[in-house]
Design a protein around this ligand. Sequence first.
Ligand code: DAH
Length: 344
Amino acid sequence: MNEKLEEIKKELAEKFEKITNMQELNDLKVAYEGKKGIITEMAAGIKDVAPENKKEYGMQMNELRQDFQDRYEKAKAKFEEERINQKLKEDTIDISLPADKPNMGSKHPFSRIIEEVEDLFVSMGYDVVDGPELEDDEHCFRLLNYYVGHPARDAQDTFYIDEEYLLRTQTSSSQSRVMQANKEKTPIRVICPGKTYRRDDDATHSHQFGQVEGLVIDKDISLADLKGTLEIFARRILGDDTKVRFRPSYFPFTSPSCEVDVSCFKCGGKGCSLCKGTGWIELLGAGMVHPNVLRMSGYDPEKFTGFAFGTGLDRLAMFKYNIPDIRLIYGNDIRFLKQFDEAE
Ligand code: DAH
């Protein structure tokens, strides 16, 4: 047994243990099997071996070569597999890439405010009632105490279809309809949100706008009930710190009537550009239902009293969402509407 060959075999086993990549494997091949490699030289050395030892030397040499070859093939396969796995990892297609989202649009601020107001009043036991936008003079005006020629009609010029039919100027028209429709003359508690129309057009007035009307008819309804209700309304919609102020006013269908201001929610009442330095913002018209209105709609004013209130929905949305121009609400510009995407 040639000791040198035996030593090389051992040494090779150790070296194969240590190599970690293809480059090192190739270097090893060159060092042992290259032109001047250790194994190559040992093989050439056979010529100096004594003739009686040549056979054994040759066999040992073959064994060493085979051993080298086996180890080489094994290591090569291992590194090749590692290389492929690495490549597979790098080339992975990220199937988790988000797909293009369908354009879902967003809820219009007008719809949002209506829903908010409806939710609040429904939670207080009110029904939500719709009324026609194409109204008649009788329900829009006469049954609300605006007799023909009444000066208060001047503030509500509108689009007339003919002498009797018009686009309603106020959701108050629903009051007379709801009262008339209630044949049993039982108590009423409704809100009537919807579109209204007037001959207006500037940054704070649009020819089409929205109002919500509230009407409560029952026994022993007082101004205190109206005040309490509107205070809840203002606080829930505009924030808990909102203060409410009632000023005497005039509407033909309520008596007494008032206008309701809320403390400016931008400056908290200190005075700013939104409230024009007053600290207050005019928000609602309200009052106790006029006995004539009750009577004309079939309710006995001796038995029933009630209150009514009305407010502009666009106005409410403009304050709440900080919208500077009412025309944005109706312009249908998706860049504007996008802000109201229902991310929440
Ligand atoms: N309809 C009135 C308007 O458009 C607002 C209003 C005032 C409604 C007083 C009411 C009310 O119900 O009682 O100016």
